[in-house]
Design a protein around this ligand. Sequence first.
Ligand SMILES: [Zn+2]
Length: 394
Amino acid sequence: MSTMVSEGAAELLRMIAGSRTETRASIAHDTGWARGTVNARLDELLDLGLVIDVGATGGSRGRPAARFAFEPTAGSLLVADVGASAARFAHCDLRGAVLSQHEAPIDIAAGPETVLDTVVAELGRLPSRDQVPAWALGVSLPGPIEHPSGRVVSPPIMTGWDGLEVPRVLEPRVGVPVLVENDVNAMAWGEVVSTGRMRDLLFLKVGTGVGAGIVVNGALLRGAQGAAGDLGHTHVGDAGPGRQPLCRCGKRGCVEAYAGGWAMARDLTEAGLEVETAGDVVERVLAGDPLAVDRVREAGRVLGGAIASAVSLVNPAEIVVGGQLSDVGDHLLAGMRERVAAYALPLATRDLVIRTSSRPQDAGLIGLVDTMTRWALEPGRLGEVLSRVGAPQD
Ligand SMILES: [Zn+2]
């Protein structure tokens, strides 16, 4: 591969992308590079359009210093956020500003061939796609993903996907590198990126199913096989209310079989309500239906019991709840708070915050975009990316 950018310039770009702005002096100070080196590397990035001059600082003494910032429109990224029954397709700049997007229904259990055909077709429909060449495609899927191969590993609800190395199948069809991430990991990371401060976080997605993403010491905890955080299919045990209901994964007594949107819909239907989906449950709760409110509160208690051990083990600063059911807010969170306080260690819960996601619609997209941008800026990769798409023109 021909390299169109020096490693030194790429290193500088990583630094500038990781901060708001830099001046020539701040770069020299932080890197120890000679002034001539700083200027040469900066010129390289300015020529490529990857960095722009955003104007001078208003210094009180001497000549104002020019400030430089990462230019997120220099490249673009594709996102396919694939859920169990619907998917969102987007074309974004390198910071996640959406250029075009749409949603489409999908049935994950229809198997990889059908689903990936849909993904390729829907990505082709993004109208902005031809304007800025994409650097990569990020795909999130509702199952355990081996990292970094992007192989689906023993997914509980993705019939026919086990063992499939998604990038190997998709890359030749979409013509760009493909990064695959578990959907809840993408959301957890998106929460970290959009708040810009959290280092220890447990993200809980409560939609049709239940899953968790764990961030420890500023990095995603993936586990040996990529299955870390699969909270939905852990066993509630004898503490579970009533019977041991059958789960979608084939086992009995999973957290999801009590607290997933599908399980709530099942119980409310049995109770005589016309409820089919997780969205219907949310609608009933927001309308104030007492049966639905009670059922969601019970789900919150089951979830709280399930995460209490994780809270003691990992000691997160925050538990962030996303997914469709997070729309009911405190009806779900109250039971969680109650059980976590009762079951977890006092030191781990003293300052623990339990709240809903700060970006409920976009956390997954933001997480994927950040992961792809970091991937593109890794040592040795930027030159390869630029020589494939052609240098950005200004
Ligand atoms: Zn299960």
